[in-house]
Design a protein around this ligand. Structure first.
Ligand SMILES: [Ca+2]
Ligand SMILES: [Ca+2]
Ligand SMILES: [Ca+2]
Ligand SMILES: [Ca+2]
Length: 236
């Protein structure tokens, strides 16, 4: 198991990720299960989800761009819910989808937290509400079917996704499988474009910007937070 390579330090950003037997339903509706997911963090709990609110300088108005996420794990996938407020949805970036509205999920499955993508199990996956589609931008892109629901709301959008462990290098069938106690590197990022052309703003779960105020976690897994898989597998 590559878990032995886990970085010694635990980042300040840290959540517990509970186990559930079933992945999300791709049905165009917010799954009821999410209301029961709390993702306790080290100091207290986050009943409405963990806020994605870090940026350089002043944060935007909540209606312009704000959001939170929740997660749970199954033997098949990491399930994640990202609820986003965004006043104007844009999808004109073509191949440069990072200039549009998007949710990015970063996963370092062995929590090695290298300074660069390790080519083993570090992944950048983008979910694009304007196209109801996703991209595996950096990482493995292995087998396993990605399950994704995009739900438009009055003030933005919701992404529900089940990211198969096989897709990001863990295989439930072999020795390197998801188990309670395992820690994975994680970050969740929101991208916002409101007027077409290039991206307008960006928010991150972890504080990840460099001295120039640019987001740096897209290239540096060392900056990512930590999610610990918890709970018991129900074998029935
Ligand atoms: Ca659903
Ligand atoms: Ca906006
Ligand atoms: Ca890694
Ligand atoms: Ca927007």
């Amino acid at each position: 198991m590559r878990i032995k390579n886990e970085a010694a330090a635990v980042n300040a950003e840290y959540i517990n990720v509970d186990y559930r037997p079933h992945d999300i339903a791709v049905d165009g509706k917010l799954d009821a299960e999410w209301a029961k997911i709390e993702n306790p963090i080290k100091e207290g709990t986050a009943p409405n989800g963990t806020r994605i609110a870090r940026c350089a300088g002043n944060p935007p108005d909540a209606d312009n761009l704000s959001g939170q996420f929740k997660a749970y794990w199954t033997q098949h996938a990491l399930n994640i819910l990202v609820t986003v407020k965004d006043d104007v949805l844009k999808d004109d970036g073509g191949g440069d989808w990072w200039n549009d509205d998007a949710v990015e999920v970063y996963l370092d499955v062995d929590n090695s937290k290298n300074r660069e993508f390790d080519g083993i199990d570090d992944n950048q996956i983008a979910f694009l509400p304007g196209r109801k589609d996703w991209r595996h931008h950096k990482g493995l892109g292995g087998s396993g079917q990605m399950l994704v629901d995009f739900i438009r709301t009055d003030d933005g959008y919701i992404v529900e996704a089940a990211i198969p462990w096989k897709h990001v290098s863990l295989d439930a069938a072999d020795a390197d499988k998801p188990v309670a106690g395992r820690r994975i590197g994680l970050n969740v990022v929101l991208l916002d474009d409101d007027n077409g052309g290039s991206r307008d703003r960006r928010l991150s779960w972890v504080k990840d910007y460099d001295a120039k105020g640019q987001g740096a976690s897209h290239a540096n897994p060392q900056l990512w937070g930590t999610a610990e898989l918890s709970g018991q597998i129900d074998e029935k």
